[in-house]
Design a protein around this ligand. Structure first.
Ligand code: FES
Length: 188
């Protein structure tokens, strides 16, 4: 019968050694978790829109300086928005167009707000390939419909911003907006 010498004390498994090792591993895992959590926080936080971005998600525009027959351009969410104070003639011409003549049929009333039909508010991006049409199209030649002319490939929009000629498939887009008062709108 062989005799096994006793293990030196320093090598003998201590009754609590396993528990200590597990604790250390758990602690390390816990710290790793905290590390990941800490690293993930700025990323997750960066997915929330910043306050200045939120502020830009809607803008208010004072219409009072815009004269009859004048178009202004404002920037909203990085794109130009045309705001036109239409003349009576603009409105009469737009209303007289039969829907059957329109590539993207919309009445003038569908593109304006009841009681504020002199105001036309549209995103100023051509629905063909995204160029910015020129307002007062008649001044640039080749425009038959009195609204906007896209210099890139010649699309023409009428006095309600509806596509009338050229390659663009759709009317200029009317964004969500509302009247806060007779002379003030909120876009977005
Ligand atoms: S981008 Fe306007 S006509 Fe092509």
């Amino acid at each position: 019968m062989s005799h096994q010498p006793p293990l030196p004390l320093s090598s003998a498994p201590h009754p609590t050694a396993t528990t200590r090792r597990d604790f250390m591993m758990l602690t390390a895992a816990g710290l790793t978790g905290i590390g990941v959590g800490a690293a993930a926080w700025p990323f997750i936080n960066s997915m929330n829109p910043a306050a200045d971005v939120l502020a830009l998600s809607s803008i208010e525009v004072d219409l009072s300086p815009i004269q009859v027959g004048q178009t202004i351009k404002v920037k909203w969410r990085g794109v130009p928005v045309f705001i036109r104070n239409r003349t009576k003639e603009d409105i009469t011409i737009a209303k007289a167009v039969p829907l059957s003549e329109l590539r993207d049929p919309e009445t003038d009333s569908q593109r304006t707000k009841a009681g504020h039909e002199q105001w036309l508010v549209m995103i100023g991006v051509c629905t063909h390939l995204g160029c910015i049409p020129l307002a007062g199209a008649g001044d640039f030649g080749g425009a038959d419909h009195g609204g906007w002319f896209c210099p890139c490939h010649g699309s023409q929009y009428d006095t309600a911003g509806r596509i009338r000629k050229g390659p663009a498939p759709k009317n200029l887009v009317v964004p969500n907006y509302s009247f806060l008062s007779d002379n003030r709108i909120k876009i977005g």
